[in-house]
Design a protein around this ligand. Structure first.
Ligand SMILES: [Zn+2]
Length: 385
């Protein structure tokens, strides 16, 4: 059996675990833990507060700082309302392409690292090699936040991280952050004929959205001159506005779903500070003048930190050497890389498959992409002995 066939077989096993973000991932994590333990890795399964989800952190080679982290998320996006040709959780091979939910985002990478782990396990590694497989990436990198928090608390500092999100094996050194929020407005219901006697939550939500759109414009001139992102500035999107029961009823509750994609951390502070001040100083006093219990509350759905391109990036230099990349790109989707960078590690994104296939019906990864990933991981093993 070739390494590529083995990778396909492992990917088939991984795809069969329907690890949609909302559902448990423990069965998959336990399966991977058993596999890596069988290779002699030191494996930790780190459950979340609820116990049905877990991160996995495993190490081959020596203990201590300076290691290399291979990072991937085990959760996948839902398949509801998507028109799949075949069962999304049964791997299907057709003409060099492997179809199934998560094949490209990002169980293909995980499968390749598990095959490469056999080589690493049989070698005398000079530095630690870590596997970091997390839960709830698609809902805001929640698992990775826990994992990075734990490594920080232990004082363990690996040197670099390679995050295998689908980049078609291109080397990526930067991406925007992705912050998602739901802001809820509680007003006071009443009859539509007497608007001054109620507090219309939908109208305050609309004013809030108006202010967000002003901030969106104000972000454009703040873009760093050397920004390589497309568009070069930080953006805001309104993803949903909900509320109300009938034409003639003052809306008592409303909510706004919105996101921001900062190119620099200061832009996130600018938006969050600006919108909080507007809610506190303008909207809330007006609402509470009529209904003292009126409120505006913002829930953080996820705050995925951006990956800032750095002049010095040891992970970029290493992966460039392994893949032959001439330069490094920036991309518009978020990953766990920024969290590792925030720990002081160097981090890059490089993985098999295309982001164009991610989250879609009939998601697939090409076998030649997996082969290229295996080549990179094999080269990494040679670097570590
Ligand atoms: Zn992903």
């Amino acid at each position: 059996m070739s390494r590529l066939d083995d990778t396909t077989d492992i990917l088939r096993d991984l795809v069969a675990f329907p690890t949609i973000s909302a559902d448990p991932n423990r069965a998959l994590i336990d399966w991977v833990a058993g596999y890596l333990e069988g290779l002699g890795a030191r494996v930790e399964v780190l459950p979340d507060a609820g116990g049905t989800k877990a991160n996995l952190f495993a190490t081959l080679g020596p203990e201590g700082d300076g290691g290399i982290v291979l990072s991937g998320h085990t959760d996948v996006v839902p398949v509801e309302d998507q028109d799949w040709t075949s069962d999304p959780f049964v791997l299907r091979e057709d003409d060099g392409l492997l179809y199934g939910r998560g094949t490209c985002d990002m169980k293909g990478f995980i499968a390749a690292t598990l095959v490469a782990a056999r080589d690493y396990a049989g070698a005398e590694l000079r530095r630690p090699l870590h596997f970091a497989f997390t839960h709830d990436e698609e809902t805001g990198c929640l698992g990775a936040q826990d994992l990075v928090g734990l490594l920080t608390a232990r004082g363990l500092k690996p040197a670099m991280a390679i995050i295998g999100e689908p980049t078609e094996m291109r080397l990526v050194e930067g991406h925007k952050g992705c912050h998602e929020y739901t802001t809820r407005f509680t007003g006071a219901e009443g009859h539509g004929s007497t608007p001054d006697l109620g507090v219309n939550a939908a109208e305050y939500a609309a004013r809030y959205v108006g202010r967000l759109l002003e901030l969106r414009e104000a972000l454009k001139p703040r873009a760093p001159a050397a920004s390589r992102f497309d568009p070069p500035w930080s953006t805001i999107n309104i993803g949903g506005i909900h509320g109300g029961v009938a034409h003639n009823v003052i809306v008592g509750k409303a909510e706004v779903e919105w996101e921001m994609r900062p190119v620099q951390p200061s832009d996130a502070d600018f938006v969050l500070g600006g919108i909080a001040a507007y809610a506190r100083d303008v909207l809330l006093p007006a609402m509470r003048a009529v209904a003292p219990d009126a409120s505006i509350e913002t829930e953080v759905i996820g705050e995925v930190v951006g990956l800032t391109p750095m002049d010095e990036n040891a992970a970029r230099d290493l992966v460039a050497e392994l893949t032959g990349a001439n330069g490094a790109d920036v991309v518009s989707f978020g990953t766990e890389a920024g969290l590792f960078q925030g720990m002081g590690m160097s981090a890059v994104v490089c993985g098999p498959g295309s982001i164009r296939q991610a989250h879609k019906p009939d998601e697939f990864v090409a076998k030649d992409q997996l082969a290229a990933c295996l080549d990179m991981l094999e080269g990494l093993g040679r670097k570590l002995v």
